[in-house]
Design a protein around this ligand. Structure first.
Ligand code: GTP
Ligand code: MG
Length: 438
């Protein structure tokens, strides 16, 4: 068969599994999310070959498949070491790029990063990916170097130093951004808001739920643009539609709640990659309540695995209560939802089943947000009839849920709010000047 020209947007997927069938569904979705067209796949079940990941014969087959399709790129679902990437490149037609799963995820993040913060995080992740590869080259060059001979390692050594310096500069810059955001969260709490975060795997339906819960437009001015918030846009299953964070005010009866949507998790993310996105995940780690969203139409074993990994990621840093949200109930018969609930009861003791798309049981979810957030304190203040007291009443209206105000000789205001808000209202009431004798 004759080779067509190589198309850089065309990919062949490769995957090695230790046992069983190699499932390529997710890596195909990831490749599509990166803008690649997957034309074919080559899989193998065997133990890892240290030089090539796949067996030698399999790699020859891979080279033939790549040539036949004119593919410009091979995407491995496996993690490839620096030498494996290099060796595979030598076995494949010239010019064909070899990417592993993590390189591909970095590509997607790079394409989606729109804010300064997201771009810094992507760059940090890329440098962290590159560093061990450069270090490996440096140590090889050192080993082979003969005394008195300025060797190959020189370039790599200075590259290694550059990467380390850049990593530390980016860390400082991200730290400043994190501090600003922490400050903003504190200000929002002081204004009487409870902070709720949506977390979960990519494609679970977090952004769709945000739309259902939201009362008005974004409250963040400088966050990522959100193509997925356009309700008129045709939605189709796509991974990592959301990379930054978006915060919106929820439409609630009693509490003032801000809901933040965040980047989705993906399976098998290495620690360094998750760490690079810590600033984005801080919105989850520092929330007052986390809504952990899963797609209930997936097989129960997949859901279980995702819940376990999500809990591991969250419990490391988060003390907030978690409400598990079983989303997409419209895709599953009710009896299956019940069966899955029962099967997952140890991990998700009291989940809420909803459909973000159809708006089913969103009110029930709001009730759960209300009850599972840290409780409000209730207070009843008796204030003198004065201008200062009126301005305190209006402050209480802004920061708390007012149950009743009674204007007679005195003002009696009955309200509930975050404990810190109640405390401040009490302090302000104690400071009110006594009304002038008349
Ligand atoms: N049938 C059905 N589809 C849904 C529901 N909720 C979301 N979807 C679809 O699932 C896909 C993913 O939804 P998103 O809200 O973008 O998911 P996400 O969790 O924000 O994904 P990332 O931003 O990639 O982390 C979209 O095609 C939605 O239309 C639901 O309740 N039922
Ligand atoms: Mg999203």
């Amino acid at each position: 068969m004759t080779a067509t020209h190589q198309d850089p947007e065309t990919a062949v997927v490769a995957k090695r599994a230790d046992a069983g069938e190699a499932d390529t569904e997710e890596i195909r979705d990831l490749a599509a999310a990166a803008g690649l067209t997957v034309v074919d796949e080559v899989t193998q079940t065997r133990k890892e070959d240290p030089a090539l990941c796949l067996g030698e014969g399999k790699v020859e087959e891979l080279a033939r498949v790549v040539t036949r399709n004119g593919a410009g790129c091979v995407v491995f679902d496996n993690r490839l070491g620096p030498y494996q990437t290099y060796n595979l490149g030598n076995q494949l037609p010239e010019g064909v790029e070899v990417k592993d799963r993590f390189r591909l995820i970095l590509d997607i993040f790079g394409q989606r990063a729109q804010t300064k913060k997201a771009q810094l995080q992507v760059e940090l992740a890329e440098l962290r990916y590159e560093l061990p590869r450069v270090e490996a080259k440096v140590s090889l060059a050192r080993r082979d170097e003969r005394p008195g001979f300025m060797g190959l390692g020189e370039y790599d050594e200075s590259r290694e130093q550059d990467i380390k310096k850049r990593i530390s500069r980016i860390r400082d810059e991200l730290q400043r951004i994190e501090d600003d955001e922490e400050h903003r969260r504190e200000q929002r709490r002081e204004s009487g808001f409870d902070l709720v975060a949506l977390a979960g795997y990519t494609n679970a339906g977090k952004s769709t739920l945000l739309r259902q819960l939201a009362a008005d437009l974004d409250v963040d001015e400088n966050e990522d643009l959100h193509p997925d918030l356009d309700t008129t846009a045709e939605s189709r299953d796509k991974l990592f539609t959301t990379l930054g964070t978006t915060t919106r005010r929820a439409d609630m009866d009693r509490r003032n709640v801000l809901v933040t949507d965040t980047v989705g998790f993906v399976s098998d993310l290495p620690h360094w990659l998750v760490e690079s996105f810590k600033s984005t995940l801080d919105a989850v780690y520092r929330a007052d309540l986390v809504l952990l969203v899963v797609d209930v139409s997936e097989p129960v074993e997949d859901i279980r695995e995702k819940l376990v990994t999500s809990h591991d990621t969250l419990y490391e840093r988060n003390e907030a209560p978690i409400v598990t949200v079983l989303n997409k109930v419209d895709k599953v018969p009710p009896e299956d939802v019940e069966e899955k609930k029962a099967a997952l009861s140890a991990l998700a003791p009291d989940p809420v089943a909803v459909s973000g798309k159809e708006g089913l049981d969103v009110d029930e979810l709001k009730r759960r947000i209300d009850t599972d957030l840290p409780p409000y304190d209730r207070e009843r203040l008796v204030l003198p009839m004065s201008d200062e007291a009126m301005s305190l009443v209006s402050w209480i209206h802004d920061h708390a849920h007012v149950r009743d105000v009674d204007y007679a000789d005195e003002v009696v205001v009955d309200f509930e709010a975050r404990p810190s808000i109640v405390e401040r209202a009490r302090a302000r009431a104690a400071d009110l000047p006594l009304p002038a004798e008349s």
